[in-house]
Design a protein around this ligand. Sequence first.
Ligand code: XMP
Length: 325
Amino acid sequence: MNDIRPESLERITNQALANKFIDEQVKALKEQIKDDKVLLALSGGVDSSVTAALLIKAIGKNLVCVHVNHGLLRKNESEQVINTFKNELGATLIYVDAVDRFLDKLANVSDPEQKRKVIGKEFIDVFAEEARKLSGIKFLAQGTIYPDILESKGIKAHHNVGGLPEDLNFELVEPVKYLYKDEVRQVGLALGLKEEMVFRQPFPGPGLGVRCPGAITRDRLEIVRESDAILREEFAKCGLSKKVWQYFTIVPDYRSTGIKDNKRTYDYFVVLRAVNSVDATSATVEEIPYDILFKIRDRILSEVQGVNRVLVDISPKPIATIEWE
Ligand code: XMP
């Protein structure tokens, strides 16, 4: 397969060029796919979302999207994917609730790489099972983008479903594989996807799983999910969500004492992390004003059960990494 960006492909820097790309791709996709069906694992990330929107424009209902909820997604994330793709864009979408399955497999797995392996393998298994239930599907679409090809063995390896069993034997469709991230975003906007989807902050494939350092437990996962939602809400209110590259919360497997209603507590703590970066190879720490920090702290301590402290991680990359594991 030719994996070098064609020289004839102009850099997509505005909406007119994005529209031109879309017209050409829609035509090419129609010619390639004809009346056959295409399967796509739709996580809700920018790349798979833009790929889905492009294919819906080209082949409509013949695109079959599979959204796997592995229990490590952010608050309301699955609902948003269903709302955008099924309700608004009319896509064929299969929702797979695999929450218990993933969390059962992850119980007592504390090594970070092992966690990633379990999540990656389980994802392939779930997706392959869904693929087998459907018949007559010839193609598999993937939201591969040009940096994935350049990195080739990039961190997103588990994201693409390249590890599918060979008997499934799909032909690949990768309509945005020569595009850089900013171009994928231009195309997403031109296709009518919402800004909040197109300019989403990076979110790792293993999701909230890497934000529960150590073995994932349902109680800590719930705390991560709720505190992350509060952080995102407050950052959106004060405009920081447009400025900061990546921001999230972490809940380590450690408890400390506190006091509430005159009673001693022994609860978890939430760590806030907000960093700026260009390509994730290095990162600086965002200086969050104290009034905003205090507001977030107050909300987390009053709204999230089982937390008695809020800390801020001020470590740059290097020496720290962006995620905790
Ligand atoms: P680190 O923690 O290595 O992260 O500084 C750099 C960027 O990559 C994201 N990240 C991942 N993305 N699968 C992904 O798709 C992963 O396993 C993974 N681990 C880290 C991280 O969120 C940051 O944007």
